[in-house]
Design a protein around this ligand. Sequence first.
Ligand code: HEC
Length: 145
Amino acid sequence: MKHIIKVSILAAASLGISTTANAQAVTNVWDGAYTEAQAVRGEPLYQQHCGACHGSQMQGIEEAPTLKQGAFIYNWDGMGVDILFQRLRETMPLDDPRGVPRRVKADILAFIMQQNNFPAGRTELPYQNSRLKRITWNALNPAEQ
Ligand code: HEC
């Protein structure tokens, strides 16, 4: 009996720790909004579903714009990541937007974020709008402005 009580106190304590970690929530793309492993997963998925049009280095080809730096990161500046994600869900890949599932698109977006030098963190980029909208896409790091 004593043992069980001790275990549940420990469980509560570890819950307490994870609540504290959540309190330092990811509020923008500079806080570590995806994980390194997710970006690694996203790379071949990007090449498979997006690379033919946007380029293997995201440099852009003809009508398909670059997905790196400059105009791209400023296009979404100050918006919730859900807005960019919605754009991907509804319109990309241009030739088959419904053919690529949400989770795969989140992994691809993690890879795009890595290529734009946003830092990786401890929590994967989610694919649910309710969670994505709590993360702001800032072209520049607000902590350095
Ligand atoms: C068949 C070609 C094609 C494929 C495949 C494709 N795209 Fe695109 N994409 C385009 C074109 C063309 C545009 C610009 C015209 C438009 O916005 O519809 C564009 C625009 C975009 C934009 C807006 C860029 C900006 O500056 O805001 C994003 C983001 C994007 N694509 C992401 C993706 C991702 C991620 C994938 C893979 C899941 C993908 N695209 C696959 C052709 C493609």
